[in-house]
Design a protein around this ligand. Structure first.
Ligand code: LLP
Length: 436
């Protein structure tokens, strides 16, 4: 457990802000996602300060990690920009009142409809990722008489040490233009077009990365391309170095504080400034795009323990009232989490158990071999670091309702996403006339 001022244990109880986790579970029910506003604010402020330390810059929150109107408002109030990857995320940030000029649109296959929606919303930047997009955007911007600001996503070919599904910049990735291949020519083409305003480069090397060296390599390669473009008279005044900063899930991982994260971002900013200077380039406006590191550790999921099955000497299952429908990350990536029994949090973790969900498949686990206090039916289990890619990847598998999300802000706690009802689950079901 990576404790902090708003996540701590007192008298055997886990607290989030001013609340006992067991109190939150009782008031709002389980399963329940709890998000800690104080943590989101603190990390956001630290990142914004860090990115501006060595020049000008912005922090664009990657909505894919956690997309709700309330947290987008919170992020915007702390000066964050937004990275969106779908018409849905665009719609959400619009509803949150975001300044559209501070929104970037990512994606390797933006649909014609999404391109229309983003242009009509007056989005700040498209991050062009394919030739199809280039042509379509050029045409659609021209039809509107708009000169659209664009960045170009490049694949710097850096393999960061993370799991394969989230590696994005290894050779043959589906993302971006190959920096050692067609990137230069594509950018020269874009720079010559009337309806597109080339502003700079984007590179994102993956997610849950701890190694500074991967970022350094990607920066060096990206600045080198900016240098080659400058020699051809094409200015990159923006460099967007993506997100991906790793967070704490278990004791195998480093325990970062917001200021430690900020130091990582500051290193990125310094390297960009230094390498640009070495190349004789003006310091670019630097964008970073963290998702997980802003919201990941802000989130705790609360469950009620139900069935317990012990196969002595082999395995003990502790089943909870959630599962892969609220947290599919074990099923997808065998991700590891840490957890405590919320009302026994100071007791030693005397058992090693497999926490199972309630879905009808064996792979539906929250975690294998997790050290835990002795669990009894009715206990509240708190799983840490679930703020990123849990709610945003939740599903209605087995027609389970996606749990509500409660935001804790000091001594206040309220829903930011309401519980789904059974009616919600069937809201879009229709029965064709001929079946009736
Ligand atoms: N920018 C771009 C272009 C991205 O593709 C991503 C993440 C980010 C920023 C934010 O990365 P972060 O700071 O959150 O690591 N579902 C996976 C993670 C997928 C990440 C996809 N892209 C998981 O649950 O681990």
């Amino acid at each position: 457990m990576n404790t902090r001022k708003t996540l701590y244990v007192k008298d055997n109880d886990l607290y989030i802000g001013a609340f006992k986790a067991t109190e939150l579970a009782k008031k709002f029910g389980t399963p329940l996602y709890v998000m800690d506003a104080a943590y989101i604010r603190e990390v956001s402020d630290a990142f914004v300060a860090a990115v501006n330390k060595c020049g000008r810059g912005a922090v664009a929150f990657a909505n894919k990690a956690f997309a709700t109107v309330a947290t987008a408002k919170l992020a915007a109030a702390h000066g964050l920009w937004f990275d969106v990857v779908s018409g849905g995320e665009l719609f959400m940030v619009k509803r949150a009142g975001a300044d559209m000029k501070k929104v970037l649109f990512h994606g390797n296959n933006k649909t014609p409809r999404e391109i229309d929606e983003a242009l009509d919303a007056g989005i700040g930047f498209f991050v062009i990722d394919s030739l199809n997009e280039l042509e379509l955007l050029d045409k659609k911007a021209g039809e509107r008489g708009v000169r659209q600001d664009v960045l170009v996503r490049i694949n710097p070919g850096v393999s960061a040490h993370t799991f394969e599904a989230v590696m994005t910049a290894a050779p043959f990735s589906k993302f971006g233009f190959d920096v050692h291949g067609d990137a230069f020519d594509v950018i020269r083409d874009i720079a010559s077009r009337d309806n597109l305003n080339f502003r700079g480069l984007h590179a994102h090397i993956g997610s849950q990365i701890y190694e500074a060296s991967s970022y350094e390599k990607a920066i060096d390669i990206t600045v080198d391309l900016a240098g080659r473009l400058a020699e051809a008279g094409i200015v990159c005044d923006i460099l967007d170095m993506g997100g991906g900063y790793g967070i704490y899930y278990t004791d195998k991982d480093p325990k970062f504080t917001p200021s430690a994260y900020a130091a990582t971002v500051e290193n990125v900013a310094r390297r960009v400034a230094e390498k640009s200077a070495e190349r004789g380039l003006a310091a670019p406006f630097l964008i970073v795009e963290p998702g997980r590191s802003i919201v990941g550790e802000a989130g705790v999921t609360l469950y009620t323990v139900g069935a317990i099955k012990d196969f002595p000497g082999v395995k003990k299952y502790v089943a909870v009232d959630g599962g892969m429908f609220d947290n599919p990350r074990y099923a997808l990536y065998e991700s590891e989490y840490s957890a405590v029994i919320a009302g026994k949090a100071s007791e030693p973790a005397s058992e090693v158990v497999t926490v199972a969900g309630k879905c009808c498949e064996s792979g539906d686990l929250i975690g294998k071999d997790m050290p835990l206090q002795h669990a009894e039916t009715g206990d509240i289990l708190a799983v840490f670091s679930t703020g990123a890619y849990n709610y945003s990847m939740a599903s209605n598998y087995n027609l389970n309702a996606i749990p509500p999300v409660v935001l804790v802000d000091g001594d206040r706690a309220d829903y930011i996403v309401k519980a789904q009802t059974y009616d919600d689950l069937l809201r879009n079901n229709t029965v064709p006339e001929w079946l009736n």
